[in-house]
Write a protein that binds this ligand. Structure first.
Ligand SMILES: [Zn+2]
Length: 343
């Protein structure tokens, strides 16, 4: 029927085009005030500000430790908050190239963190071929960099196992919705786990406090971006196949419920959120044919981000690598640029 709008997206798209974002980057003159205000707002909207301020003891437990081709890998479990334990792999290369430097590695929607160390989901003594360069910790160790792989909430070993009924096609759905009812978001909870991972790293003698980076693809890129925007203790970032505009990605194309932050689009676009990381070294990785984070919008958003870096006096610290393909990581293209940024 002509002139009838029955699809919810029509109304939402019209709203987006009219929205004046209250905490969009205001330009160089207002940068310091904006930084403080947007970061505080982001912590409120994601629920990070209501996560436990009194940190639970990490109570780190070692599950196993073994020597592999590229380094020593230890599986640990630490406590993030009461009733939230985090499995993680601690990966130390045989030959450390950059002393004290650690990368936190995050998988996106997948079978979990076992991908980061390239082992089978069901038996972590069995090597596995990992597609799309998602064996992040292997990539780190090959380059002499240590890595902490965190199992994100609702992924892999942290998928829901206790509820009587669960969403059968999406491991995030129940956790994302329940978090919202508690004033939290899954993004805020996952960032909190990263913060606790940093607490673990800083309990070690081989970690330099200003040398902790973060990387991940897709849902791992999401949390890299939000963690870097809100946590001061992250010094480098390499998010892959997530950075775009909210308008052209999670507001235009089906995405998992774990991507959404109530009210965020009324305040800021993604370039503003990532702009909070300026002037620290940042490599944004994208795929030219990524169907869910469209490349033209990535470029448009990156231009806005670059302006924030330029105004912060660090234009050269912000780079974009576009891989020739789809929704995946591009190790061969990305790593040399990233390493040149953190030298
Ligand atoms: Zn999800």
């Amino acid at each position: 029927m002509k002139n009838m709008h029955f699809s919810p997206s029509e109304c939402h798209t019209a709203l987006i085009s009219k929205t004046v974002q209250t905490l969009a980057y205001p330009g160089k003159a207002g940068i310091e005030k904006w930084r403080v205000e947007l970061r505080a707002k982001l912590k409120d909207l994601t629920g990070l500000s209501i996560m436990p301020s009194k940190k639970a003891p990490l109570n780190t437990r070692s599950i196993w430790k073994r020597s592999t081709e590229h380094g020593t890998i230890e599986k640990i479990v630490f406590t993030s908050e009461p009733f939230a334990e985090v499995p993680a792999y601690v990966c130390v290369p045989h030959e450390v190239a950059k002393k004290g430097l650690w990368m936190i590695c995050l998988q996106g929607h997948s079978t979990g963190m076992h991908n980061s160390i390239a082992v089978s989901r069901n038996d972590d003594t069995v090597p596995a071929e990992i597609e799309g360069d998602r064996d992040f910790a292997i990539g780190c160790m090959k380059r002499g960099i240590a890595a902490l792989c965190i199992e994100q909430r609702a992924f892999g070993e942290r998928s829901e196992q206790k509820q009587k009924e669960i969403c059968s096609h999406n491991t995030c759905h129940d956790a994302a919705m329940h978090a919202i009812m508690l004033g939290r978001t899954l993004i805020g909870e996952r960032v909190y786990d990263v913060d606790r991972g940093i607490d673990y790293l800083l309990s070690r003698k081989d970690v330099s406090p200003r040398c902790i980076g973060i990387m991940g693809n897709s849902g791992g890129g999401t949390i890299s971006l939000f963690a870097g925007a809100m946590l001061d203790r992250i010094s480098f970032m390499m998010p892959s196949c997530y950075f775009c505009t909210f308008k052209d990605s999670i507001m235009s194309i089906y995405h998992c419920g774990c991507n959404y932050v109530p009210g965020l689009l009324n305040c800021a676009e993604m370039s503003d959120v990532l702009g909070l990381f300026a002037p620290k070294p940042l490599l944004v990785v994208a795929g030219s044919e990524d169907p869910i984070f469209p490349i033209e919008a990535v470029k448009k958003s990156f231009a806005r981000l670059k302006k924030i870096y330029k105004d912060s006096g660090a234009a050269e610290n912000c780079r974009l690598h576009i891989g020739d393909g789809g929704h995946r990581f591009y190790a061969d293209g990305a790593w040399p640029i990233f390493l040149s940024l953190i030298e």
